[in-house]
Design a protein around this ligand. Sequence first.
Ligand SMILES: [Zn+2]
Length: 287
Amino acid sequence: MRLFTVNAGYFKLDGGAMFGVVPKSMWNKANPADENNMCSWAMRCLLIEHGNYKILVDTGMGTKQDEKFFSHYYLHGDDTLEKSLAAHGFKPDDITDVFLTHLHFDHCGGAIVKEGDKLVPAFKKAFYWSDHKHWNSAINPNDREKASFLKENILPIEQSGQLRMVDTPEGGEWLQDIRIRYVNGHTDNMMLPQIKYNDTTILYCADLIPSAAHISMPWVMAYDMRPLDTLREKQRLLTEAVVNNWVLYFEHDPVNECCTLENTPKGIRVKETFTLAQLDEKIAKAK
Ligand SMILES: [Zn+2]
C-alpha cells in the first residue's frame, strides 16, 4: 500500500463556527483569525494506492459553483485536486474509487465537474462510495444542514450510475486493511477510514476531529448536528487511538497533516506532529 497527501486547496470558515463554545481568546492562538474572524483551513484528501485500487478519500469543494458562492469561502493557495494528483503522477482517470466520508460541499464538491451545461463525474472510471443513511439525509436535508448539502454535488453522482453504497458494519473491513468507523455527531453516518499501513494504523478524521486543536474534548464545531454525540465519539476513538498508538490524519488542519497522541493530566493531547511523507521516512528507518 502507498499513501499520498492530496491537498485540494485552502479555504476560510468563521472561527467561532469552527470552535463552538471555545472562546476566541483561546482558539485564536491555535488558528489565528483574519480581520473578518475567518480562519484558514485545508481540504486535505488522501490517495490510497492498494493493489489495483487507487482510492481517493474526499475531493475538496471543486470548481463548479459561481463567483458568489466562492466569495464566501476565500479559496487561497495554489493547490488544486487535479494538480496535487498530478504531482504524485496520477490522472483523474486513474482513480478507481472515490470514497466520500460525507456529502458536505467541502468534502464532495470536487467529485462532480461542469462540462458545458452538464454536471458529470470528475473521475469517469471510478465508483463513488457513500452510505445509505447518510445519502438519504443528504438528499432530504434538515434546515440546519441544507446549506452544506448541495444538489449539484450529489444528484449527478447517482445519475451517472457510478454510485455505490458501503455496506460494511462498524469497524468491519471494507477492503483489505481498510476498516470503516461510523460517527453520527457531525452528521448522519459519517464514515472514517481506518487504514492499516505497514505496522501503523491511520485514522482519517474527516469532520470528527478537523484539526489538531479539536482533540481537546470541548473543542467541537458549532456546525455539528449532535455535539454531545461528537464528544462521546471523540472520547471513544481517541482512547482507542492513544492505547494503540494510532496516527491521526487531519483533513482541515491548515498546518498539521498527522499526529500521534499521548495521555496527559489534562486528557489526551498531541504527542508529535508530522507529514505523511515524514511518517514514511520513520517507517523506513524503523525497518
Ligand atoms: Zn462536514
